[in-house]
Ligand binder design. Structure first.
Ligand code: NAD
Length: 356
């Protein structure tokens, strides 16, 4: 296969971690006879310095012309004083909106080698943590009307939670399709005992369900889900939920796996083109020192192969190579433990390539 990947190296540790992910992609391409062509895109601080804009239209156009986008991270202290619309993070929001990325997938996977880093008890961790949060990204309460008005001598504030059936249906389909590539189980998380939007979610999910008879479907209230994620995370495979509940639950889910440098994510819209990035930021405190953990970015590239390019075997190979590097005791500074070998960002990338 020939694929064009828009590569956004970004700021801080972005260029270092993306370099390692590209190394891994090239090695996988060579093994399987694929050609990946990289189109470099400036976004974030680097684009502000070069073009005076965190995401110039020409850069967004490159992303729209690509088969998928791989992003390191953007932002840093140098650009923090700028007014809102000119800040690096604005580039990211414009990219998501410009590409129509309405679904966010974040795996919560605990690598057994890093079990000590989880704040959960060993008795819970040993049952395994490996689930995916599928969050609706461009509707719901964050995008409804927000207003504060004077009423009877005091201020009152309202935030409108809105969902249209088509918005629920498209994220619901992503959840069912994602489950088909995993353990075939979907849990819809909502507050249907109180909210109309949640009752509409359930109605739409019930309509979709017969189309996916091979996927087990269940429902859970969000307050219970927040407890279940720490009590018995092994029960979940794919969680599907709205924008605000997903925001909160996906952070809870990443926390229980222990290490911010290990977690990838993907954002998808209609069609197969997506945007793939680690969940962490540009880590300015360690930038340029070859200390960053590149695994979150390498696993983001692996997600791109699975979800955008339908390359399951290639994805499995990358995940197995990461597993082997961890089994061999290789650790970057953020996850260093007694008896392990400390390696830098580039050496970790090389070690993963060597184990493919
Ligand atoms: P951060 O995620 O960059 O860093 C938090 C801590 O985790 C730091 O101590 C950092 O050294 C460490 N860390 C993060 N990633 C690591 C990795 N791969 N390997 C080893 N250690 C790692 O969060 P922050 O410090 O709050 O934000 C720094 C900048 O990143 C800010 O400008 C913020 O706006 C931006 N940011 C960007 C994104 C994005 O591009 N998607 C996301 C979050 C934050």
């Amino acid at each position: 296969m020939n694929k064009t990947i828009a590569v956004i190296r970004g700021d801080g540790i972005g260029p270092e971690i993306v370099k390692e992910a590209v190394k891994v992609l090239d090695a996988v391409a060579a093994r399987h006879g694929h050609t990946f062509t990289y189109d470099e895109v400036d976004m974030g601080g680097v684009a502000i310095d070069k073009w005076g804009d965190p995401l110039p239209q020409a850069m967004l156009d490159k992303c729209l012309a690509s088969d998928s986008v791989l992003l390191g991270a953007v932002g840093g202290p140098k650009w923090e004083g700028l007014p809102g619309p000119q800040r690096p993070e604005k580039g990211l929001l414009r990219l998501r909106a410009g590409m129509g990325l309405y679904s966010n997938l974040r795996p919560a996977k605990l690598w057994p080698q890093l079990a000590d880093a989880s704040p959960l008890k060993p008795s819970i961790v040993e049952k395994g943590i490996d689930f995916m949060v599928v969050r609706e990204l461009i509707s719901g309460i964050y995008f409804g009307e927000h207003k504060t008005v004077e009423q009877d001598g005091e201020k009152v504030a309202t935030d409108v939670m809105f969902y249209a059936e088509h918005e629920i249906e498209r994220i619901g389909r992503i959840a069912f399709e994602t489950a088909r590539k995993r353990r075939r189980k979907v849990t819809c998380i909502d507050k249907a005992n109180v909210l109309d939007t949640s009752r509409l979610w359930r109605a739409v999910m019930h309509r979709l369900q017969p189309e996916y008879p091979d996927v087990a479907y269940s429902e859970m209230f969000v307050d219970n889900a927040a407890m279940q994620i720490v009590k018995d995370p092994s029960q979940f495979d794919v969680i599907v939920t709205g924008n605000m509940f997903g925001d909160i639950l996906s952070d809870e889910a990443s926390m229980i796996t222990g290490s911010i440098g290990m977690i990838p994510s993907s954002s998808l819209g209609d069609g197969t083109r997506g945007m793939y990035e680690p969940i962490h930021g540009s880590a300015p405190d360690i930038a340029g020192q070859d200390k960053a953990n590149p695994i979150g970015t390498i696993l983001s590239a692996a997600m791109m192969l699975r979800y955008s390019f339908d390359m399951a075997a290639e994805t499995d190979e990358i995940e197995a190579a990461v597993n082997k590097a961890l089994n061999d005791g290789l650790r970057t500074a953020d996850m260093m433990a007694e008896g392990c070998t400390l390696v830098g960002c580039a050496a970790m990338g090389d070690a993963i390539v060597a184990r493919l």
